[in-house]
Design a protein around this ligand. Structure first.
Ligand SMILES: Nc1ncnc2c1ncn2[C@@H]1O[C@H](COP(=O)(O)OP(=O)(O)OP(=O)(O)O)[C@@H](O)[C@H]1O
Length: 314
């Protein structure tokens, strides 16, 4: 893996992307250093795939400056493509080929010679626990198995930077952990990873830095811990009640604690942010009891990355 250590691996300055009248990315700027995992988080439609498509040279920016390995995406797309790996949300489909044969073909496309391909495929099949399905045809695989194969095969070729767009969708917890740990091991060897997910624990487990994008704008950038410290000053009160959470109950909670974020958390549970959780909780219990609302359980906890995310993109 060849690094231009003096520059950032990814450098994005005032990136704009418009689809007709719709602004998908609005003055987006961030840097990703070599050998790091960068988490790009945001709700549906925030602009993550658009950013990935521009960074991987599949889509032209409307304006702004994007450099990968110090190279301009508008001018050096083929040089960039040779050094990156991309796992997009679109499934790859070689329906009639077995997992092993499809991997071999993928390696061939990357110009890897036969002996090296064999070596790499064995390594990947073992690392991703794919032994049992190595001779199964792609169209006979489950959704999760297909996704595992799609992610695994990307590691057949050498690369300096890997884009993973929601790589763990459909994976069971064991497969997910195997993948995250494999990524970690590759990052230790120098790989840089651009990673999107909707699963916050995953981002916390894997990412060195996180940017949160909402409606085409970056609204936060920090380490996972930094985000929690900066944006998660408030504690989280969780109240579980017997009846279903109604608009009336949400209104009551909001009247008791007007400065809090109140988030419905399942059918019978509420999450309420507070800088003075003991006091807020006492008031909530008093008011709920007065209205005959039966409380089953209460707890106070410090915020998770998911709490920070939910609060920020509200
Ligand atoms: N080809 C397109 N033409 C017009 N609008 C588009 C196109 N692609 C995306 N958009 C719009 O741009 C915005 C950003 O979309 P994008 O796919 O980048 O979001 P995302 O963060 O990847 O979402 P998700 O988490 O659902 O994958 C959305 O409002 C979307 O509707």
């Amino acid at each position: 893996m060849t690094h231009l250590r003096s520059d950032s691996c990814i450098s994005v300055t005032q990136l704009k992307k418009k689809y007709g009248e719709k602004t998908a990315l609005d003055e987006v700027s961030f840097e990703v250093n070599y050998g790091k995992v960068f988490g790009f988080l945001g709700p549906n439609g925030a602009g993550k795939s658009t950013t990935i498509n521009i960074l991987t040279t599949l889509l032209l920016p409307s304006s702004g400056n994007v450099k990968i390995f110090g190279l301009d995406v508008n001018k050096a797309s083929s040089a960039i493509r040779k050094r990156i790996g991309v796992v997009s949300q679109q499934p790859s489909s070689e329906a009639n080929l077995t997992v092993e044969r499809a991997m071999d073909l993928y390696g061939l496309m990357w110009g890897i010679e036969r002996t090296k391909r064999k070596e790499k495929i064995t390594e990947i099949i073992n690392s991703f626990d794919l032994q049992e399905i190595r001779n199964v045809k792609n169209d006979e695989l489950s959704i999760g198995q297909k996704r595992r194969v799609q992610v695994a095969r990307e590691f057949i070729h050498e690369m300096d930077l890997l884009f993973l767009d929601e790589p763990t969708v459909g994976l069971d917890p064991t497969a997910r952990r195997v993948l995250l740990d494999y990524i970690k091991s590759q990052v230790k060897s120098g790989l840089t990873v651009f990673f999107t997910t909707h699963i916050m624990e995953e981002a916390e487990y894997l990412c060195d830095d996180i940017a949160i994008i909402n409606r085409g704008k970056i609204i936060a950038f920090d380490t996972p811990l930094g985000l929690k410290k900066k944006y998660g000053k408030e504690n989280i009160i969780q109240i579980q009640i017997k009846e279903k959470i109604s608009e009336l109950i949400l209104k009551l909670a909001s009247n008791v604690s007007p400065d809090s974020q109140i988030i419905k958390d399942g059918e019978n549970s509420l999450k309420i942010t507070s800088i003075d959780p003991q006091n807020t909780l006492t008031k909530l219990i008093e008011n709920f009891t007065l209205k005959g609302i039966k409380i089953i359980n209460v707890s106070i906890s410090s915020p998770s990355l998911e709490d920070v995310f939910l609060t920020m993109v509200k």
